[in-house]
Write a protein that binds this ligand. Structure first.
Ligand SMILES: *[C@@H]1O[C@H](CO)[C@@H](O)[C@H](O)[C@H]1NC(C)=O
Ligand SMILES: *[C@@H]1O[C@H](CO)[C@@H](O)[C@H](O)[C@H]1NC(C)=O
Ligand SMILES: *[C@@H]1O[C@H](CO)[C@@H](O)[C@H](O)[C@H]1NC(C)=O
Ligand SMILES: *[C@@H]1O[C@H](CO)[C@@H](O)[C@H](O)[C@H]1NC(C)=O
Length: 599
């Protein structure tokens, strides 16, 4: 087949465009006035959705960031829960490489972040090494508490004021802990308003040192649920005794807003047929009083977000006042998404559906196009590489992501030749939690065995989500024909809906490629995570799913390669339970190296 030769030629081309893209970004990073390096402000909300229109309710974010910047419409988190997602974000590593896979010890939380040696190996530390002053306020990680905040101190910050457990999500009784001081309780004040004052204070501090560029992280808790926690630890099964989830609490001045807003009634909202796999497929349709409560929950989220909208407005007033906008990048994103009612789910996250993993990323700054929507696939592990590049700091070989092009030229090149990765590695271990009310006797707040490996892949002519659960159930959604993920093509009940061919080949051939890709990704490290097809095909003639579908690879994918599977559902990353591993049991395609064999 001719295609492969062309693909190889294209690979060479891609290499050179990657280089020029790098150069482009470097110029961008070094600023326009000689060596003046840019400031970076990173706003990280908590559990903010893309799919339930939350951004439509924040006109000031629209005015200052979206309309003046680039919206990355295919941005994903890699693990749809707070702490693992934040650790991946700030380290540039997939959760299987941080092994911070949960919100609490033993598998996650701040103590696990520390014991994994990551307190010395994350973004603020590298930025300080690169000559930046670094500041952060808000939630850093879960299980960062009023008891352990100093053992050890979170490294890398010139100034910090952290929200601490068990008061992190307590909207009206938060505890913040500043620099080396003791925690302070803000009983009766709205947590996001408290945070805004702290953020502005750090901006002032940063401005006292005009000789050094700064990084400022602002991490409000909105629109996460309000959580009243009574103890710091406990068995997840006893969570109801330890914590109480209620809808988010807006500031009093916003409590009356949007009286008519409801969760968008998309086709997958509380559908009449079950969807998904495993426990999701067993959910019951929600009765009207449940839906009404969930709509209230939804309104409380967008009301709580109003304080973030105002925080952003105040921030931009200061940036303008100090003439900082021509040399400051502003990132806006969230740790993971959220669902309410889609697939009959109660309010929560932790699933692999688009609602939970597909999230907003908006960037504004010098050289970034205003009002542009970028189509390239990006994920949270790409952000640390992006920020280091902006800072003009060296990249790291152990990053599982790659810098996101921010300039018009860089984005266009990546969109045009597919020179960027087309996939996102999605992974999850442990339990899912219901954050709304429980409506049935057989409903549990904590749902165990919510462990799965998955991938999202979006390329020319295809758009899939593929996953393997720890009980070895499989999921495949063809989002081109089923954007709401209502038909799991790998569930026995949906057999009649399986198309004979996809992308011009039998359905099973596509599955075999996706499974092998996931086989590589579930334990990938560094460049293998970014260029998985090149790991399977070192000759460099397979760069995407379309290339891999060539029939001469049928035997390799369908017969030779081991399949993704689990032997047990675990609450964390227990290697022995995760079936064959690519490094020990996988195969690399070694034929066809000679050009005359390509035919
Ligand atoms: C910020 O911290 C770094 C690393 O400790 C230090 O080199 C730098 O001087 C600090 N900046 C200020 C303004 O104190
Ligand atoms: C608020 O939090 C403090 C601890 O930071 C606690 O002592 C106090 O009882 C809490 N107030 C309420 C109303 O829960
Ligand atoms: C969860 O997984 C474990 C281990 O794989 C299994 O023994 C148990 O039956 C599963 N529980 C449910 C509710 O599926
Ligand atoms: C991840 O951490 C858990 C808890 O400490 C440990 O049991 C497990 O072996 C670790 N997994 C890997 C792959 O290192």
């Amino acid at each position: 087949m001719r295609l492969s030769g062309l693909a190889l030629a294209a690979a060479g081309l891609r290499l050179s465009t990657c280089l020029s893209q790098d150069a482009d970004q470097k110029r961008l990073g070094s600023g326009h006035e000689g060596s003046r390096r840019p400031n970076i402000i990173f706003i990280l909300t908590d559990d903010q959705d893309y799919h339930m229109d939350s951004l439509k309710y924040t006109p000031l974010i629209e005015k200052h960031i979206t309309s003046q910047g680039t919206f990355f419409k295919r941005h994903y988190c890699t693990t749809a829960i707070c702490c693992p997602s934040r650790v991946s974000l700030w380290t540039g590593k997939q959760a299987h490489n941080t092994n911070v896979t949960d919100v609490n010890p033993p598998y996650g939380g701040y103590p696990k972040f520390v014991s994994q040696g990551l307190n010395e190996k994350y973004l603020p530390v590298w930025l300080q090494e690169a000559g930046y002053n670094t500041y952060y306020t808000g939630k850093l990680f879960n299980a960062h508490t009023v008891l352990n905040y100093h053992s050890p101190w979170a490294a890398g910050w010139n100034g910090s004021d952290f929200l601490l457990d068990p008061f992190t999500y307590n909207y009206l009784n938060s505890s913040y802990q500043r620099n080396r001081e003791s925690p302070v309780s803000y009983e009766g004040q709205h947590t996001v308003d408290v945070l805004a004052t702290k953020a502005y204070g750090f901006l002032d501090e940063a401005l006292e040192h005009p000789d050094r560029p700064f990084f400022l992280g602002i991490a409000p808790v909105a629109p996460h649920s309000n959580v009243e926690a009574h103890t710091l630890e406990g068995d997840p099964k006893d969570i109801d005794k330890a914590v109480r989830f209620t809808p988010p609490i807006p500031a009093a001045r916003h409590a009356h807003l949007f009286p008519d807003a409801v969760v968008p009634r998309t086709p997958h909202f509380n559908p009449s047929h079950p969807s998904g796999a495993n426990w999701v497929r067993k959910l019951h349709q929600q009765p009207p009083e449940n839906v009404a409560f969930n709509d209230h929950f939804y309104r409380q989220r967008i009301r709580a977000l109003q304080s973030v909208d105002e925080l952003v407005d105040g921030l931009f007033a200061r940036l303008e006042e100090h003439n900082l906008l021509d040399n400051t990048y502003i990132f806006y994103t969230t740790d993971n998404g959220y669902h309410i009612g889609q697939h009959r789910l109660q309010p929560g996250k932790e699933c692999g559906f688009e609602e939970d993993i597909h999230i907003p990323l908006i960037v504004r700054g010098p050289g970034v196009s205003a009002g542009r929507v970028a189509e390239i696939v990006t994920s949270h592990v790409d952000l640390a590489p992006t920020i280091l590049e902006l800072a003009g700091a060296p990249s790291r070989a152990d990053f599982d992501g790659e810098a996101i092009p921010l300039t018009e030229g860089g984005i266009e090149r990546a969109e045009g030749n597919g020179g960027r990765h087309e996939h996102v590695t999605v992974e999850y271990w442990g339990f899912a939690a219901t954050e709304g009310k429980l409506w049935r006797k057989d409903e549990d707040r904590i749902i165990l065995n919510n462990t799965y490996k998955a991938l999202r892949i979006v390329g020319e002519g295809y758009n899939f989500y593929y996953s393997v659960w720890c009980n070895n159930e499989h999921e495949l959604y063809d989002l081109k024909t089923d954007p709401y993920q209502l038909v799991n093509l790998l569930h026995p009940d949906e057999e009649s809906k399986v198309p004979a061919t996809i992308l011009g080949v039998p359905f099973t051939k596509v599955i075999s490629r996706l499974d092998s890709l996931l086989f590589v990704l579930k334990s990938c490290k560094g460049q293998t995570c970014v260029r998985p097809w090149q790991t399977l095909h070192p000759a460099g003639n397979v760069l995407n799913l379309q290339d891999a579908l060539s029939s001469r690879f049928d035997y390799f994918y369908e017969t030779q390669q081991k399949k993704v599977s689990f032997t047990k559902c675990e609450l964390g990353y227990i290697l022995e339970s995760e079936g064959p591993q690519f490094e020990t049991d996988g195969l690399v395609y070694r034929h066809g190296l000679r050009w005359d064999e390509w035919v």
